[in-house]
Structure formats: structure tokens, C-alpha cells
Design a binder for this molecule. Structure first.
Ligand SMILES: CC(C)(COP(=O)(O)OP(=O)(O)OC[C@H]1O[C@@H](n2cnc3c(N)ncnc32)[C@H](O)[C@@H]1OP(=O)(O)O)[C@@H](O)C(=O)NCCC(=O)NCCS
Length: 141
């Protein structure tokens, strides 16, 4: 497939239902559910963090590119099945990197499940190797 040029922009509140719908069908099998209210809170509290990629007026991809004041973190990357392997995720990540760089980030972490081979292939290609020195430690609140 040839590369296309999706239009990447910050999501608005009106985009949230579409993003929920996209994640329902296109998110990684390893990702937890994405409640609509959480995305609405994200768009309201941290405008510019939720990015969407549009092709021919439809949302075909999504990425959370979050700045926490210290590092950049990427979550919830997903592209509609029929729009894959056309550079949409690459474009989303590049836009996320541009945003994070402007905010002051010098390092960006992508959260990827260990056994997600498709995600691993993408993040390897995007220049995000596994950090052999660091493991994630997590507590649920
Ligand atoms: C992972 C995902 C976001 C990639 O989106 P995409 O728009 O198809 O990615 P791109 O077209 O920008 O791919 C860039 C490069 O990544 C690699 N890549 C992407 N998908 C791949 C796959 N299925 N198998 C092997 N390599 C892959 C390739 O090197 C590709 O370049 P190429 O097409 O020239 O070979 C998409 O497959 C997806 O939504 N998967 C389900 C959700 C998911 O796993 N998200 C990541 C969670 S961390």
C-alpha cells in the first residue's frame, strides 16, 4: 500500500464518541477498556494530549501523547484495520513527538504489552527500543 497523508490534530470533546468507537474495534487486545468519561476528562483537563488522525474526513487513528511535566508518555495508539500499513500510526507518533518536544520533553516512553508482537514491530520501526534497564512497577488505586 502506498503512504497517505492523514491530518493529525488535537481531539475535541465532540470527537470522543468516535474515538471510543475506534478503540472498541482497533485497540490492542492487551489494552484495558477506555471509558468515555476518562477520555472526556483527558480532553478537558489536558487539551492537546489526545490526538486523532483523519483521512477523508473520518477518524482512522488515535494516540494519547501525554506530558507529565517531566517525561512524555504514549498510550492507546490504534489505527483502523482498513487504514493500517499506510503510515497513519507513524504520523500520529511524529505529531505526538513534536508536541512533547515543544513542551520540553527529552525522553518519551511508549507503554507496550510484552507479548504484543504487532505493537512491538511498530514501536521497533518507530525507533522505540525496549529499555533493558527499566521495568515498570505498578499499583492500582
Ligand atoms: C500497531 C498499529 C497502531 C500500527 O499502525 P499502522 O498505521 O499500520 O502503522 P504504520 O503504517 O505507521 O507502520 C510503520 C511501520 O511499523 C511496522 N509495522 C506496523 N504494523 C506492522 C505489522 N502488523 N507487522 C509488522 N510490522 C509492522 C512496519 O515496519 C511499518 O512500516 P512498513 O509498513 O513500511 O513496513 C496498528 O497495527 C494497530 O492499531 N494495532 C492494534 C492496536 C495496537 O497494537 N496498538 C499499539 C499498542 S502499544
Amino acid at each position: 500500500l502506498t503512504s497517505v497523508t492523514p491530518f493529525v490534530r488535537a481531539a475535541s470533546l465532540e470527537d470522543v464518541p468516535g474515538v471510543v468507537g475506534l478503540l472498541a474495534v482497533a485497540a490492542s487486545d492487551y489494552a484495558s477498556a477506555t471509558p468515555k468519561s476518562d477520555l472526556e476528562r483527558l480532553v478537558t483537563m489536558m487539551p492537546g494530549t489526545l490526538l486523532v488522525a483523519e483521512l477523508h474526513g473520518a477518524i482512522v487513528g488515535v494516540l494519547i501523547a501525554a506530558w507529565d511535566g517531566w517525561r512524555g508518555n504514549m498510550y492507546r495508539l490504534a489505527v483502523r484495520d482498513e487504514s493500517r500499513r499506510q503510515g497513519v500510526a507513524t504520523k500520529l507518533v511524529e505529531a505526538g513527538e513534536q508536541r512533547l518536544r515543544q513542551l520540553g520533553a527529552t525522553r518519551v516512553t511508549a507503554l507496550v504489552a510484552d507479548s504484543d508482537v504487532v505493537a512491538a514491530a511498530f514501536w521497533d520501526a518507530a525507533g522505540y527500543p525496549i529499555d533493558a534497564n527499566i521495568r515498570r512497577r505498578v499499583r492500582s488505586l
